[in-house]
Design a protein around this ligand. Structure first.
Ligand SMILES: Cc1ncc(COP(=O)(O)O)c(C=O)c1O
Length: 473
């Protein structure tokens, strides 16, 4: 370690070859950044003091720094010296396998914008909750979750989503995925074997169902949502749906199909699992209410804090039909997991203080502005592509111009540093179901930070234009 490094406050060993000091300095800094020893934002020693330590001309150090700046490893700011650049974008050195490539922009569906997370209000809720909690609130909890959180959630869900609920019907688990796991296992203990799933959906949730011991049976999705009128012929015990905003096609389950699926459940005794992951985020008018209210004894309503707040909160909730309460809670017990009661208490305080409503409103405005921006840019620069689905939620579908393949667009986007997926990436692999939907990309509004959304859309347009060139050739 040179003195200059020590003086800069860094404890870092850089192997410098005395015969080629400048070149080896460049290599050593590059390697230290690549393997994480020099983190983003770390300030490097001033070139003058490092040159003195290394016994080389200051110009040689300055030259090494400027080459690393040009390659994107370092950044130089007037007045604040040279520091390690933000490397969400990694300069590619030769060809790298795509799986290992770090992409700097992201337009995948279902990813929320966490940059707007209300840190101050959440911290205040944690403080309020801890100050008010009796000692018993810090002990082992009811398997359904902390009572104040269930009371606050029941009030919110009834008010904002029209759910038919009392605090006793609520069970809190680690995210929607956690609720789904408990319900799927409970269904299996009651003899269920097969569950229908939407043709397009979240692959992890299909895996959760399989892991619980259920066989998944795909249900086609069209512009009225899932084809639930086919359920009678599928010999299934349950169905998993995203009725308010189909994930990821963005259509709502039509009124006729809402009625049809409820009738089916009532006739057959089957269970509908309603995944209301982004039900609050309707931009153009009041969100359609929860399906659960039509048949609370046959529908499990499930929601999550992952979209409205952040996945890091790690909370989801289910509203259970009476007959499922005991088997679901038994699965909760068998999971053997401790409850994060402090986060649940904070959620209760946050909802009670109006923070949840305020955060949903603010995110809704942000997502709406992003959708409008994407729509405007696409109309102007790529009119042959069409944004479909309702004005709602964290993603829309972008139908591609005639002849343009999803895989080609995704590959070109990746070459430009953009992580972007086609609709087929969300599709159940099924030999029985014909693949009829026109090629489309799932356009997520949440993942890029506010300052980079416009750039991500520009890159998306460039990727489509490139793929169009291939299609025309
Ligand atoms: C369709 C759908 N449902 C639910 C969720 C939320 O899951 P969790 O609460 O486990 O984060 C997601 C997240 O991506 C999703 O895409």
């Amino acid at each position: 370690m040179t003195d200059a490094w020590a003086n800069s406050g860094l404890d870092l060993h850089l192997p410098i070859d005395p015969r080629r000091k400048a070149a080896s300095l460049e290599d050593a800094v590059r390697t230290a950044i690549r393997d994480g020893r020099l983190a983003t934002g770390t300030r490097l020693p001033a070139s003058r003091s490092l040159a003195r330590d290394l016994g080389i001309a200051r110009n040689s150090v300055a030259e090494a720094y400027s080459r690393l700046v040009a390659e994107g490893w370092l950044e130089a700011r007037v007045g604040s010296g040279t520091s390690v650049a933000d490397r969400t974008f990694v300069p590619t050195v030769g060809a790298q396998p795509s799986a290992e490539r770090t992409l700097r922009l992201d337009l995948r569906g279902g990813v929320p914008d966490v940059s707007g997370f209300p840190r101050t209000a959440w911290a205040a809720a944690v403080r309020t909750a801890l100050a008010a909690a009796p000692a018993t609130a810090l002990g082992y909890q009811d398997l359904r979750g902390v009572e104040s959180a269930r009371v606050a959630l029941a009030g919110y869900l009834a008010r904002a989503r029209g759910v038919w609920v009392t605090p006793d019907d609520v069970v809190i688990a680690p995210g929607f995925g956690g609720v789904l796991r408990l319900v799927a296992r409970a269904l299996v203990t009651r003899g269920a074997r097969r569950i229908a799933v939407e043709e397009y959906g979240h692959a992890l949730h299909r895996e959760v169902l399989l892991d619980a011991g259920l066989q998944t049976v795909p249900l086609p999705v069209d512009d009225e949502g899932a084809a639930v009128h086919l359920l009678d012929d599928l010999d299934v015990d349950a169905v998993l749906l995203t009725p308010a905003h189909q994930f990821p096609t963005g259509v709502a389950l039509s009124a006729a199909r809402r009625t049809s699926v409820v009738r089916w459940a009532e006739h057959t005794g089957a269970i509908v699992i309603e995944d209301d992951y982004d039900g609050e985020f309707r931009f153009d008018r009041r969100a359609i209410g929860a399906l659960q209210a039509l048949a609370p004894q046959h529908v499990v309503y499930a929601g999550t804090a992952s979209k409205a707040l952040a996945p890091a909160i790690g909370l989801g909730w289910g509203v259970l039909p009476g007959e499922l309460a005991a088997p679901v809670l038994e699965q909760h017990r068998l999971a053997g997991a401790a409850t994060d009661a402090v986060t649940e208490l904070a959620l209760a305080a946050f909802i009670d203080a109006g923070g949840y409503d305020r955060t949903v409103r603010a995110s809704r405005l942000r997502y709406r502005a992003r959708r409008e921006h994407a729509d405007e840019v696409l109309r102007e620069r790529m009119p042959a592509a069409r944004l479909t689905g309702m004005a709602a939620g964290l993603q829309s579908l972008l139908e591609l111009p005639e002849g343009v393949a999803e895989s080609e667009v995704a590959a070109r986007a990746a070459d430009l540093g953009l992580h972007w997926e086609g609709l087929r990436a969300y599709r159940v692999e099924s030999a029985e179901l014909s693949d009829t939907h026109p090629p489309a990309m799932v356009l997520g509004f949440g993942a890029p930070p506010e300052s980079r959304f416009a750039e991500a859309i520009d890159v998306a347009v460039t990727a489509i234009a490139g793929a169009q060139g291939v299609a025309a050739a």
